[in-house]
Design a protein around this ligand. Structure first.
Ligand SMILES: [Zn+2]
Length: 71
């Protein structure tokens, strides 16, 4: 499992439940406005109680994680 997902371990924004699962998905994304498509890693955080789903870019989550560990 990717390390950055630990940062997503918080309560559901809609119902406050702690029951959730994290899925890794790969989606095509544009790179620097060029038409060449690249594939980026995203995390889906799915609430198991109400089904509320959030999507996070792994790049951003992992970048923040590194900043935290510089302390
Ligand atoms: Zn929920």
């Amino acid at each position: 499992m990717h390390f950055g997902v630990m940062k997503l371990d918080f309560n559901c924004l809609r119902c406050g439940s702690k029951n959730h699962e994290i899925k890794n998905i790969y989606l095509p994304e544009k790179k620097d406005g060029i038409l060449k498509m690249d594939v980026g890693l995203y995390y889906l955080k799915i609430c198991l109680d109400c089904g509320y789903t959030e999507m996070y870019s792994a790049k951003v989550v992992d970048k923040n994680e590194k900043i935290i560990f510089e302390y």
